[in-house]
Design a protein around this ligand. Structure first.
Ligand code: C5P
Length: 392
């Protein structure tokens, strides 16, 4: 809901700046309070007076034009529920990514810790520049949402990818972000991701094909919903929230126990190995004359089932991957594990699940309710799972 929200729009010096005037009107019509901060270059494309009239607020440009005891870059970032930078030039994107704060807009961005949406617009060659690409990636890693430019005719005469995405897309992204941003506020969400690695010797291991993408999507969605997130992962992910890198099931168990006490939601999407090697060899195992060899395995703790036996107020969500009889197996698993919810996906399908960017799942609760989330990106599925468990 945009109504009564404080939207801070950063406008930088690109030709698409004029389009933002129409967007401000849309936000105002929806009942938002809008303030604009411009880079000095932006005023070559739109006038201060136009922006002042549309926002019915002072337009902020100079860093040292202080009217209050509190410096503007702090009071504006405290005031805003969301910061939108549109159009975002290569220059401003790169400065923000590097933590440079050389004007009011970049200083606010540097101090801003809430949701930031960036809609780049630039010449197609600039968009392809490796430095710009790296900086975009950096901002994404830190939690900013990038609304990629569209391909088409560019004001500079070129045709290519670089024009500001549609105003409708920007409006919807802001609306969606504001809708989500409070849903898990003050909640601690711990998510596990990836397949555990059980060492045999210093060079060999037992693992599985889990990519960790589902867990990462859940962690990101929880973060977007305002949660304090901890991602316990076997994969290297750069995230704007705490991550704990683990390898084996035992390490994962220890990391979960460290966090579990004050956790509100634990979401166990990691594929934990059921067995580990009994006698790990410090030295690389040598090939002998034997045609077959036997590895002795011992059972790993069932982390999920153990936690559920001892949990207090935590909501615990398990995952299961099944290659047949999805619903029946999921029903018996939720009982066996004792978790509050179980998300089940069908791994016999190539187009979803392991290593894929998409998923299709069913989710069960202890009372026997079942809901199906049709095939969608893992990002969408992640949001649906969190919405379901947090609104019940
Ligand atoms: O029994 P199964 O491996 O199908 O259960 C999957 C669920 O149990 C997942 O949520 C997984 O993270 C968890 N699990 C666990 N400890 C194990 C094996 C699985 O916590 N040893």
């Amino acid at each position: 809901m945009i109504q009564n929200k404080n939207i801070l729009i950063g406008i930088t010096g690109g030709i698409a700046a004029y389009k933002i005037c129409a967007l401000i009107r849309d936000f105002k019509k929806s009942g938002a309070e809008v303030k604009v901060v411009c880079t000095p270059n932006a005023l070559n494309f739109v006038t201060k007076l136009t922006l002042q009239n549309l926002t019915q607020n002072n337009v902020f440009i100079e860093e040292f034009d202080i009217k209050d005891w509190k410096p503007e870059h702090i009071s504006l970032s405290d005031w805003a529920d969301i910061m939108l930078i549109a159009p975002a030039t290569a220059n401003t994107i790169s400065k923000i990514a590097q933590g440079i704060a050389d004007n009011l807009l970049t200083s606010i961005a540097c101090a801003f810790s809430k949701k930031m949406i960036i809609a780049p617009a630039m010449n197609c060659k600039m968009w392809q520049n490796e430095g710009v690409k790296e900086n975009i990636k950096k901002l994404e890693t830190r939690g900013a949402e990038i609304l990629e430019p569209e391909t088409g005719f560019l004001a500079c005469g070129y045709t290519g990818k670089g024009r500001l995405c549609s105003l409708e897309k920007i409006y919807n992204a802001v609306d969606e972000a504001l809708n989500y941003s409070d849903k898990l506020k003050d909640q601690k969400v711990v998510v596990t991701a990836g397949g555990t690695i059980e060492d045999i010797d210093p060079v060999r291991y037992i693992s599985n094909y889990s990519s960790g993408k589902m867990g990462l999507s859940i962690a990101k969605a929880a973060y977007d919903m305002g949660a304090q997130v901890v991602l316990i992962t076997t994969k290297d992910f750069e995230c704007p929230f705490k991550t704990v890198k683990v390898k084996s099931a035992i390490e994962m168990q220890n990391a979960i126990y460290e966090e579990f006490g004050n956790t509100n939601y634990l979401i166990m999407s990691a594929a934990v190995a059921d067995y580990r090697v009994k006698n790990y060899s410090d030295q690389k195992l040598k090939k002998g004359n034997e045609e077959t060899i036997t590895l002795e395995l011992v059972k790993n703790p069932d982390i999920l089932a153990e936690l559920c036996k001892n949990k207090t107020s935590q909501v615990v969500v398990g995952f299961c991957a099944e290659s047949e009889n999805l619903t029946e197996n999921a029903k018996s698993k939720i009982e066996k594990k004792g978790c509050d919810y179980l998300v089940a996906n069908d791994i016999s399908r190539r187009d979803i699940g392991f290593n894929s960017n998409d998923n299709e799942v069913i989710i069960l609760d202890k009372e026997g309710n079942i809901n199906k989330f049709e095939k969608a990106s893992k990002k969408v599925i992640a949001r649906k799972i969190l919405e379901w468990i947090s609104t019940k």
